[in-house]
Write a protein that binds this ligand. Structure first.
Ligand code: CP
Ligand code: NVA
Length: 329
């Protein structure tokens, strides 16, 4: 059996994405129903950048699955300065059941996966944040009732990891995804092409534009993210004047659907990418979205172990029952 990883949002087929989301809903309703990490088995969670949600949701989720989280904070491991990714992967695979890694270069994650005998999960890289998108899609489905055909607009730094993940994950879910940002801060052409290709299979659609109004027009979900991602703090560009037209405020929300939901992966900067009255207002679902990191990642870890042939029979049976039920819907 091939070991399965989640390095980008397209590492799951559309059907697999539905399975993970169904499992996430099941684990939200029955938090201790599946003990995929009974033993307790250890999952290592390595951070090269800081974190609140990712750290806590993985730690709590791994514990709730009967496992033991090992958190490695920035600078604490030999990885990155004294030891290669390949040797690290070789060692970790002898000791842990999965490797979760927040890092800078996507190529590091690819290298880790290439040398790993256990699942590797991207907990945010410079290029993608696929765990966040699992939680976002779970949240959109909870609030809008479905994903396929639903519209989502992302405004702001459209060249960052969240914009790329919205593009890919929403296309994978068959959604109508619109991404708006200033010229020079739009998703890479190859990411847009990959999203369009996946949307052609799922019935979704993709719009990348510099015009915020085109993205917002009637959108059922509206999302944004910080204008300064981790690693960009030292830049000299005046990002407030660069991204100001893409702020999510009351005026922007008037262009979206009347009952549109508002997403933000957090941390948020009120008054910059999003107005306080919007993120703290009745349309905001950002704390449901944050909570769903827990459920979605528990589902992901469980699903990856089953699909990699690394789960026990009870876990495989439990996952099979939930996912079959989903297929029958
Ligand atoms: N949304 C998110 O990944 O938050 P953290 O950086 O706090 O993990
Ligand atoms: N784009 C942000 C997301 C934080 C969760 C960053 O990379 O810092």
């Amino acid at each position: 059996m091939t070991v399965r990883h989640l390095l980008t949002d397209l590492d799951l087929t559309p059907g697999e994405l539905t399975e993970v989301l169904d499992l996430a809903d099941h684990l939200k309703a029955h938090p201790y129903a599946i003990e995929a990490l009974a033993g307790p088995q250890t999952v290592v969670v390595i951070f090269d950048k800081t974190s609140t949600r990712t750290r806590v949701s993985f730690a709590a989720g791994i514990s709730a699955l009967g496992g033991s989280p090992l958190i490695i904070n920035p600078g604490e491991a030999q990885l990155g300065h004294k030891e290669s990714v390949a040797d690290t992967a070789g060692v970790l695979g002898r000791m842990v059941s999965a490797v979760v890694w927040r890092t800078f270069a996507q190529s590091g994650l690819e290298d880790m996966a290439r040398h790993s005998r256990v699942p590797v999960v991207n907990a945010l890289s410079d290029d993608y944040h696929p765990c966040q998108l699992l939680a976002d899609l779970q949240t959109v489905r909870e609030h809008l009732g479905s994903l396929a055909g639903r519209s989502l607009a992302y405004l702001g730094d459209a060249g960052n990891n969240m914009a790329a993940s919205y593009l890919l994950a929403c296309a994978n879910a068959g959604m109508d995804v619109r991404i708006a940002g200033p010229a020079g801060h739009l998703p890479d052409d190859d990411v847009v092409a990959a999203a369009r290709e996946r949307a052609a299979d799922t019935g979704g659609s993709v719009l990348v534009t510099t015009e915020p109004a085109r993205a917002l027009d009637g959108a059922e979900a509206v999302a944004t993210d910080t204008w300064i991602s981790m690693g960009q703090e030292e830049g000299t560009v005046d990002r407030t004047s660069l991204f100001g037209d893409y702020r999510i405020d009351a005026e922007a929300m008037r262009r979206a659907a009347e009952d549109a939901i508002v997403l933000h992966c957090l941390p948020a900067y009120r008054g910059a990418e999003i107005a306080a009255e919007v993120i703290d207002g009745p349309q905001s679902v950002v704390f449901d979205e944050a909570e769903n990191r827990l459920h979605a990642q528990k589902a992901l870890l469980t699903w990856l172990l089953v699909e990699s042939g690394l789960a026990d029979a009870a876990t495989a049976d439990a996952v099979g029952a939930v996912c079959r039920r989903g297929h029958d819907r």
